[in-house]
Design a protein around this ligand. Structure first.
Ligand code: GAR
Length: 207
């Protein structure tokens, strides 16, 4: 059994997709939010999943916040830490502590559109395809080794909301897939920092 902790800041639809995927061999040890009002916490309570809040506003700086977050995460002894709409930039020390077992989902085809407002920027740039990326987290924001991506078309007349919803549906699918690979022992970061996926048969229906 592999234990995972999911970090959230908001509604937590990616977290829900991972929980609902009911991946064999996965124990969701806790949902941790940096915001006390995150919708994700209600879902955790409904499902009887342990949750905790580490409110970033209670800490004087990023280092103090990350230290408190580490303490909270480590109480659950996770094999994998999953960032699911966790909207805080993490310190290098935090990222290094969970090297090879910290993953994130980002709503664009990285390396295009790191950062915020990805759907608006994709529309402004006039790209024909957009999507989502699951990657290992490294100290440089949204730059870690890519695990899996999903591509969606940009369709004439799309606005940010319509395009965002099309991307989100794919996020749910590929994030559950990546977690499944990890807990099956098929996904890892090698010594050179490259992603290795053994026998990666992509299940189009997964997630
Ligand atoms: C998702 O679209 C996720 O990719 C994005 O925030 C949203 C959270 O939604 N994450 C980032 O932008 C991180 N840079 P959710 O709370 O419903 O999963």
């Amino acid at each position: 059994m592999k234990s995972i902790v999911i970090l959230v800041s908001g509604r937590g639809s990616n977290m829900q997709a991972i929980v609902d995927a009911a991946i064999p061999g996965v124990h969701i040890a806790a949902i941790i939010s940096n915001r006390p009002d995150a919708g994700a916490l209600g879902f955790a309570a409904e499902r009887g999943i342990a949750s905790a809040v580490v409110d970033h506003k209670a800490y004087s700086d990023r280092t103090a916040f990350d230290a408190a977050l580490v303490e909270c995460i480590d109480r659950f002894e996770p094999d994998l830490v999953v960032l699911a709409g966790f909207m805080r930039v993490l310190t290098d020390d935090f990222v290094r502590r969970y090297d090879g077992r910290l993953i994130n989902i980002h709503p664009s085809l990285l390396p295009s559109f790191p950062g915020l407002h990805t759907h608006r920027r994709a529309l402004e740039a006039g790209v024909r395809v957009h999507g989502a990326t699951v990657h290992f987290v490294t100290p440089t924001l949204d730059c870690g080794p890519i695990i899996v991506q999903a591509v969606v078309p940009v369709i004439e007349g799309d606005d940010e909301a319509v395009l965002g919803a099309r991307v989100l549906a794919q996020e749910h699918r590929i994030y559950a897939q990546a977690v499944r690979w990890f807990v099956d022992g098929r996904l890892r970061l090698d010594e050179a920092g490259r992603v290795r996926v053994a026998d990666a048969v992509f299940d189009a229906q997964a997630g």
